[in-house]
Design a protein around this ligand. Structure first.
Ligand code: SF4
Length: 336
């Protein structure tokens, strides 16, 4: 269900924009749609009130928890079932965040990512994106939403922007706490500044060498890293939020001194933060993470060079911490 279809249906039943907004607010804040006296007080038209039980059931069916996997660090990975039987992953993050998926599968094909190995199966609708947040809110408070789960949000831009608008305007989530993560797509830099809610931007860089980056992210747009950083910088300056560069640390591939030098040159003086994320081993993929001391030294080096850098471990390391692993495991027949 795209939220636009929902809005149209409500309009057809006689709802005014304020009614629709009120209903969306109830839903996205995980409050019951029906029944509340407060809603009756908002004079919903009778045809809308009559449809509320069916509508509530439909929204509840958009995303359901297939299995939940709590981790020691306070994260919880959810395998989320969609109405047509497809599944995606959401991760409840420590400190009131949730990471949501925007596509079933992904067409970018990053060589180190389990989700990328199976290609794109279908888009996740705006309703299904918001429904992942609602599911999370049924389990714990959510004050931050990162679009870093399965999929490339730029490849499902209309739906993701609509979800961002609803979460920002009706869901009470600070605009800076909505984090759009992308491998870099020109449409992102054109469209995001025009939306009523401007999210923060996370940019997956992974290498400062264009050729190596193209090998790691085979179907990402081909940017010279310096041009990509320049485009991101304009967005950062326009919104007032720093860019979060994402760098999955792969031993022997992008953890060398050559990369460190070039990162320093690229990002010194930029409104940016570098996040080093040591690779989380995926069975069947030929990559490993650098040892902890090397990763820490890389972060210290960049900080000394004036590039704000954090070493981040992906949430829920102890429960198949890489995006797509739960789903991949679930689709492997038992006994293999
Ligand atoms: Fe897609 Fe992200 Fe996986 Fe790359 S890392 S294949 S962009 S889901």
């Amino acid at each position: 269900m795209q939220l636009d279809h929902l809005r149209q249906r409500l309009r057809d039943l006689g709802a005014k924009p304020t009614h629709t907004s009120r209903l969306l607010r109830q839903w996205v804040n995980a409050r019951p749609l029906e029944g509340g006296r407060s809603l009756a007080e908002h004079f919903l038209p009778l045809p809308v009130r009559e449809q509320l039980p069916a509508l509530a059931a439909e929204l509840a069916g958009l995303a359901t928890v297939r299995s939940a996997h709590p981790a020691e660090d306070g994260a919880e990975r959810l395998l989320v079932g969609l109405a047509d039987g497809q599944t995606v992953e959401s991760v409840l993050l420590p400190r009131d965040g949730v990471c949501v998926s925007t596509q079933v599968g992904c067409a970018v094909g990053c060589v180190f990512c389990m989700t990328g190995q199976g290609g794109l199966l279908r888009q996740v609708s705006s309703g299904e994106i918001v429904a992942q947040v609602v599911l999370a809110r049924q389990r714990r408070p959510v004050k931050k939403v990162v679009f870093m789960g399965m999929g490339e949000p730029a490849h499902n831009l209309d739906a993701v922007m609509d979800a961002i608008t609803v979460l920002g305007l009706e869901g009470g989530i600070g605009h800076k706490q909505l984090v759009f993560s992308t491998v870099g797509d020109a449409r992102v830099f054109e469209r995001l500044p025009q939306g009523p809610v401007k999210p923060a931007l996370a940019l997956s860089l992974h290498s400062t060498f264009a050729d190596k980056r193209a090998e790691l992210l085979p179907r990402a747009p081909r940017w010279e890293p310096a041009e990509l950083v320049e485009a991101a910088e304009r967005y950062a300056r326009a919104t007032g939020y720093p860019i979060q560069y994402q760098w999955t640390l792969l031993a022997g591939i992008n953890d060398g001194d050559d990369e460190l030098e070039r990162i320093a040159t690229l990002l010194q003086g930029r409104y940016a933060m570098m996040n080093f994320i040591p690779y989380n081993t995926n069975e069947g993929l030929p990559f490993s993470r650098p040892d902890g001391e090397r990763a820490a030294e890389m972060a210290r080096h960049l900080n000394r060079r004036g590039v704000l850098t954090r070493l981040r471990w992906s949430a829920g390391q102890d429960i198949d911490g890489g995006c797509g692993q739960l789903r991949a495991r679930e689709s492997v027949p038992r006994g293999r």
